[in-house]
Write a protein that binds this ligand. Structure first.
Ligand code: FDA
Length: 304
């Protein structure tokens, strides 16, 4: 119920405008957002590298309202890649297709993604294409397949364990050799397309994770769920899967205890590091995942 309410609020533009412009917001968003500016994100990335963590930088923004905005997002991402190159650190970028114009023109979006992936390929890094709500799944995967044909080392797809279709999608990606990040899924979906119960999503996650660990190309296991992480570690141990065949991924600011534990145990870990002004929808999805975060916000506001 609370999850659905936060996801509903994440689409309310009046609240978004007020929150993103409120002077109080920096008090609580900094836990999840690396900063408003690229140089702040680069500082966080550098600090995390000293702790042996890799990163994927996300310039926040989704569902842009014009193709001009999509072009501006592309320019920001090209700037992010240039800053990564200058830092000499092994970071990727994560991007949403609606940020690069998918709601307006499939062709313009494809051109934008193509420029980004080409630049990433030239730097020997990767564009991780986030997965949004299920109305975009087919278009997103088709575009990734097209990019993979031209730049085979420079893209990664995201598959959401809550969708019924995901096993078939993972088998398709595995057969093509396309790397996949597996997550549970963060959007409001109908029971017609997605498991409604958390227990069902978790069960499907474990099934898909094992499929990826067995057959996937450089998969990323993206979760903060301790039971899932333990299952992954047990499975890897039993099947003697080498630690350089996959990576774990987590979100910046969430479960730092688990992040440190994975590094101490010798696993590769990449943190998803968001930055920018358009933080509201991302932030609301984090509240939806864990409504107790509201208490954390309230405490910060009371202290201010
Ligand atoms: P679950 O929600 O069951 O949480 C397990 C535990 O983790 C909780 O008990 C709590 O301790 C902690 N936790 C989880 N979320 C928290 C939060 N917000 N605040 C504090 N603690 C929290 N989704 C999507 O639809 N498309 C995408 O492209 C991506 N990309 C992506 C990248 C990466 C690197 C990650 C880690 C996640 C995503 N996601 C995503 C989000 C994902 O779908 C999912 O919503 C969250 O990861 C939460 O699910 P968990 O697997 O952590 O399990």
């Amino acid at each position: 119920m609370l999850r659905r309410s936060f996801l509903y609020l994440s689409n309310q533009s009046w609240l978004r405008h007020w929150m993103e412009n409120s002077s109080l917001s920096s008090k609580f968003v900094s836990r999840f957002i690396a900063g408003r500016r690229l140089d702040e994100a680069i500082q966080v990335m550098t600090k995390l590298r000293r702790e042996n963590m890799d990163t994927s930088l996300d310039f926040l923004g989704e569902n842009v309202t014009s193709l001009d905005e999509a072009t501006a997002s592309l320019d920001s991402y090209l700037g992010t890649l240039a800053a990564i190159r200058a830092s000499l650190l092994p970071a990727t970028v994560s991007v949403k297709l609606t940020q690069l114009g998918l709601d307006f023109s499939a062709e313009a979006c494809r051109n934008n993604v193509s420029q980004l992936v080409e630049q990433a390929a030239a730097m020997n890094t990767r564009v991780e294409i986030d997965m949004e709500s299920s109305e975009y799944t087919d278009r997103t995967l088709d575009l990734i397949c097209a990019m993979f044909e031209r730049f085979p080392k420079a893209v990664r797809a995201v598959i959401q364990a809550y969708l019924y279709r995901s096993e078939a999608d993972i088998r398709r990606m595995n057969s093509l050799g396309i790397p996949v990040r597996l997550c549970k899924g963060a959007y409001r979906e109908s029971p017609k397309v997605a498991f409604a119960l958390k227990s069902e999503v978790d069960r499907n996650y474990v099934k898909l994770m094992r499929l990826l660990l067995e057959e996937g190309a450089d998969p990323a296991i993206a979760s903060h769920d301790e039971r899932i992480l333990s299952d992954a570690q047990l499975y890897i141990h039993e099947r003697r899967i080498s630690a350089d065949r996959f990576e774990f991924q987590m979100l910046y600011g969430i479960r730092r205890d688990l992040q440190k534990r994975l590094i101490a145990d010798g696993f590769r870990l990449r943190l998803y590091v968001p930055y920018g002004d358009a933080w509201y929808p991302y932030f609301m999805r984090r509240l939806a995942e864990r409504p107790a975060n509201v208490l954390f916000i309230a405490r910060n506001l009371l202290r201010s």
